[in-house]
Design a protein around this ligand. Structure first.
Ligand code: FES
Length: 393
C-alpha cells in the first residue's frame, strides 16, 4: 500500500505524503554535458540552455517543458489521470497514464501519488490494481475515502480526468511467491482488498486453489464486489464474503470454519491492524509464521508512555498528545499542515526538527531528547511526545 492508508474500523488507506520542498521532489534540473570533449555540441547546448535560463528567469526552462510535456522522459515522474470510476459510494478506481520514467510494478506493490489539494501537495500511497503487462501502459489504483481523509476524499470525489499528479515508482514486498503456491488464501478487509486484487488480476492463471475471505461492513461497501463474485461463480476462486455489520469480524478462530485447511495455505492478509496482529499471533502459535504475508499501513506500536504538550513553533499551535499518538497525527488533528509520506517510518517524508523536549519512538521505545541548538530531527509519524516538546515547523 500502501499509504494514505489510514485504517479505520474496516477501511484502510495507505498513506504517503512528502514534504513539498524535499530535494527529491524539487525542480528538474538540466542535464549537463560532459566536460570538454572533442565535440562542440554539448557546449553549444549548455550555452543555449543558459541563455534560455537567463531569458526565462525567474521561471526555469524546465518549468516551461513541464507545461508542454509533463510526462516526458527525464522529468519528475508524473501521471495523467485518464478516468475515475466509482467502485462503491465512497471508493473509486483511478486509471493513470504514467510518464516515460515509469519502471513498472510487481502485482501487490503500492505507489505514492502526490496530489495538490487546496494548493498544498499531499503524498499518499495506494496499491496498484492493474495488470503489470497492460498493453496500453496504463496503471490503476483504487482509493477509499475515509472520514476526514483530505486526499482520499479529494481523489474519490473531486479528481478529474486530465489532471496531472505526481508519482513515485512502485515498491513493497506484499507480492506473490514464485512459483505460486498450490493452495493460496487471501484474507482482506475494506480497502485491504486492493493489493490482493492486483495479485488476482495478474496471477490467477497460476493459482489452482485460491480462497478469498473478504469482509466489509455491508454488501454495498464491498469494493470489486462484481469482479470477486464473478471469479467465484466461474470457479476461479472460492469467495467467502462477510458483512461485518451482521457477521462480525473475521478472526483466526473463525477461519477454522470458513477455511478449515488454512494452516496448509500460503496466506496474504491485508486489513486493520487489530486483524493483522491477531493473524500474526495465530500463525506464529501454529508454527507457520513463514506462511503468512501481511501488508500494514501503520507501524506496529510496541512502546507507549506518558504523553505531553507538543508545541508547533511558527504555527502557534499547542496540543496535548498522549504517549501513543504520533506527533504527525496530533498535529494534523489540530489543523497543522504537517509534511508526511508513508506514515510508517520508511520514507522520512515527515522529518521535522525537534527544537526542545523529548519524544519516544513508538516502534522501540527509544527516547530522543533535544535542547536548542542540537539540530535533532525526528520522524513525526513514529514519534510520540514523551513530556513537553517543541517542533519547528
Ligand atoms: S511519513 Fe514516512 S517516515 Fe514518516
Amino acid at each position: 500500500m500502501r499509504n494514505e492508508q489510514v485504517p479505520s474500523a474496516f477501511s484502510l488507506d495507505k498513506v504517503r505524503k512528502l514534504a513539498y520542498s524535499t530535494p527529491q521532489y524539487g525542480y528538474m534540473t538540466a542535464v549537463l554535458p560532459s566536460p570538454a570533449t572533442a565535440s562542440t555540441r554539448p557546449t553549444l547546448r549548455t550555452a543555449l540552455w543558459k541563455v534560455a535560463e537567463a531569458v526565462a528567469t525567474p521561471v526555469l526552462p524546465a518549468d516551461y517543458l513541464d507545461l508542454i510535456a509533463p510526462l516526458r522522459s527525464g522529468a519528475d515522474l508524473r501521471g495523467r489521470v485518464i478516468s475515475v470510476v466509482p467502485e462503491t459510494l465512497d471508493a473509486a478506481s483511478v486509471t493513470i497514464k504514467p510518464g516515460r520514467g515509469w519502471r513498472g510494478h510487481v502485482p501487490g506493490q503500492y505507489i505514492r501519488i502526490g496530489v495538490d489539494v487546496d494548493g498544498v501537495r499531499n503524498w499518499r500511497a495506494y496499491s496498484v490494481t492493474s495488470r503489470a503487462d497492460a498493453r496500453d501502459g496504463l496503471i490503476s489504483i483504487t482509493v477509499k475515502a475515509i472520514p476526514g481523509g483530505k486526499v482520499s476524499n479529494h481523489v474519490v470525489r473531486a479528481l478529474r480526468p486530465g489532471t496531472l499528479i505526481h508519482l513515485d515508482q512502485a515498491t513493497g514486498d506484499f507480492t506473490m511467491t514464485q512459483p505460486a503456491p498450490a493452495r493460496a488464501l487471501f484474507v482482506t478487509a475494506g480497502s485491504g482488498v486492493t493489493p490482493v486484487m492486483g495479485m488476482l488480476r495478474n496471477h490467477l492463471d497460476e493459482l489452482n486453489d485460491a480462497v478469498v475471505v473478504h469482509s466489509a461492513p455491508a454488501e454495498a461497501d464491498v469494493i470489486f464486489a462484481g469482479e470477486l463474485r464473478e471469479l467465484h461463480q466461474s470457479g476461479r476462486v472460492r469467495l467467502v464474503e462477510r458483512h461485518t455489520d451482521v457477521d462480525g469480524i473475521v478472526t483466526p478462530e473463525s477461519l477454522d470454519e470458513l477455511v478449515p485447511d488454512w494452516r496448509f495455505r500460503q496466506t496474504w492478509a491485508c486489513g486493520p491492524t487489530a486483524m493483522l496482529d491477531a493473524f500474526e499471533a495465530a500463525w506464529a502459535d501454529a508454527g507457520i509464521a513463514d506462511r503468512l504475508h501481511t501488508e500494514r499501513f501503520r507501524p506496529v506500536v510496541v512502546a507507549e508512555g506518558e504523553g505531553g504538550t507538543v508545541t508547533f513553533l511558527g504555527q502557534g499551535t499547542v496540543v496535548e498528545a498522549d504517549g501513543a499518538t504520533p506527533i504527525l497525527d496530533a498535529g494534523e488533528e489540530a489543523g497543522v499542515l504537517m509534511p508526511s509520506g508513508c506514515r510508517m517510518g520508511i520514507c522520512f517524508g515527515c522529518v521535522l526538527p525537534l527544537r526542545e523536549g523529548a519524544v519516544r519512538d513508538l516502534r522501540n521505545g527509544e527516547l530522543t531528547v533535544a535542547t536548542p541548538g542540537d539540530g535533532v530531527r525526528i520522524q513525526t509519524c513514529v514519534s510520540a511526545a514523551a513530556g513537553a516538546c517543541e517542533i519547528d515547523l
